[in-house]
Ligand binder design. Sequence first.
Ligand SMILES: Cc1cc2nc3c(=O)[nH]c(=O)nc-3n(C[C@H](O)[C@H](O)[C@H](O)COP(=O)(O)OP(=O)(O)OC[C@H]3O[C@@H](n4cnc5c(N)ncnc54)[C@H](O)[C@@H]3O)c2cc1C
Ligand code: HEM
Length: 405
Amino acid sequence: MLSEKSRPIILATLPAVGAHIHAIAKCFYGRLFSAHPELLDDGLFNRSHQADASQQQALAGSVAAFATALVNTPGQLPESLLSRIAHKHTSLGIQPKQYQIVHDHLMAAIAQVLGDAVTQDVAAAWDEVYWLMAYTLTHIERGLYGARGMSSQTVWRQWEVEKKIQETDDVMTFVVKRRDDHLVKPSLPGQYVSVLVSLPDGTRQSRQYSLSRADQGESRQFSVKRVYGAAGKPDGEASTQLHTGVKVGDVLNISVPFGPLVLDDYSGRPMVFISAGIGITPMAGMLSHLATAGSPLPIMLLHADHSENAFALRGQIRDDIAALRDASIYVWYEQGAESQLPVQRVFSGRMNLSQVCLPDNAVYHMCGPVPFMHAIRSALIELGIPPRDIQYEMFGPDLWQADYE
Ligand SMILES: Cc1cc2nc3c(=O)[nH]c(=O)nc-3n(C[C@H](O)[C@H](O)[C@H](O)COP(=O)(O)OP(=O)(O)OC[C@H]3O[C@@H](n4cnc5c(N)ncnc54)[C@H](O)[C@@H]3O)c2cc1C
Ligand code: HEM
């Protein structure tokens, strides 16, 4: 709860801070990385999210959303936004003591951008907002570490690359096996790991990858789409290195699985999975889990891709769909309408939900490019599906959620 003294100050300064929050976030990261370049080059912060400013936007949006909730709906903080951040933090082993570093540079950035408007009282009120958010996050993060019986220092484990499977021209599946004697906690269906990749220039970068198959005790599986630079942009750093530099037998540092968007297969409700392109990976992981568990639930997979050749993990998915008691698959291909898979229907062009009959009372999981998810979410809401029944995974900082909360 915000103190009585700070509440009116936050109410009065929220518009000014809100209007300058992107400049504040940019200034904050500039200060943070010039004081601590290792945070960028040793695998914690993602350099491309700095280059396209998406991380600045995500930080700014989350602080604005949290402050707005504190003054407008103090009993109802943006829970799913906080949970998403906390899971991302724990997948990178963020430590409570690092909150002081972020605090110092963020408060300095607020003072630098807003200048004389930041009186002592204003600074104290925003300090209070920061620490309320930091305490909320560290509390959730402590719970996440604790539930896995670990601390921030033990998140990273060594795994050996056992297999590299070329799924399609652009997508490679990695099967990794344990290297140490630590207990491997099973992941929940829908979760991801952070993978720390050593780059040719001597720096390191971490990226998140959804687990694309149910865990088998000793090994884990994730699938990576190679990102090619377009329009003068560089090739993706980690995906290129994973595809071309990492070999079978190499050792990778991989985090324990995290991610708040997990399948609730105890609900007894039908499941609809909707994906496009590489967005198939979390769906494949969830289908694999359901198949392994022998789920009797009605399950529907709707997938859009360029063509069947571009549809990653389709062999695994075919087998899982066949093993399930009540599962069906519908595909949309931009290039033609032919399929060798045992699909219910294959359509040409982009996904159009009016072409299928969706089950009543279903839970929806979706993943794919942001414009695709926008279009599908809107179509589902048009059909009367409650937003709480539509879960989505975003393959980058979530710039969507602060707007929706
Ligand atoms: C929860 C989650 C799950 C995910 N699951 C998967 C998955 O299962 N499979 C998968 O393939 N991916 C997944 N991702 C995405 C993955 O984490 C990476 O973002 C992806 O592999 C690209 O990383 P990269 O290092 O190859 O590209 P990056 O180096 O991060 O580059 C990304 C883009 O930024 C551009 N860029 C980089 N630097 C600059 C610059 N200086 N100026 C201009 N443009 C620049 C590049 O050209 C490229 O288009 C997931 C992400 C999240 C958050
Ligand atoms: C109150 C304080 C903080 C807030 C509000 C905050 C907010 C956020 C947000 C919104 C994201 C993006 C989540 C997403 O993927 O959707 C994020 C990611 C991240 N945060 Fe924080 N964070 C805070 C503290 C910290 C601290 C103390 C550290 C440690 C130095 C840290 C390091 C990171 C890193 C490394 C990422 C991933 C960045 C990327 O992918 O580019 N954060 N944080």
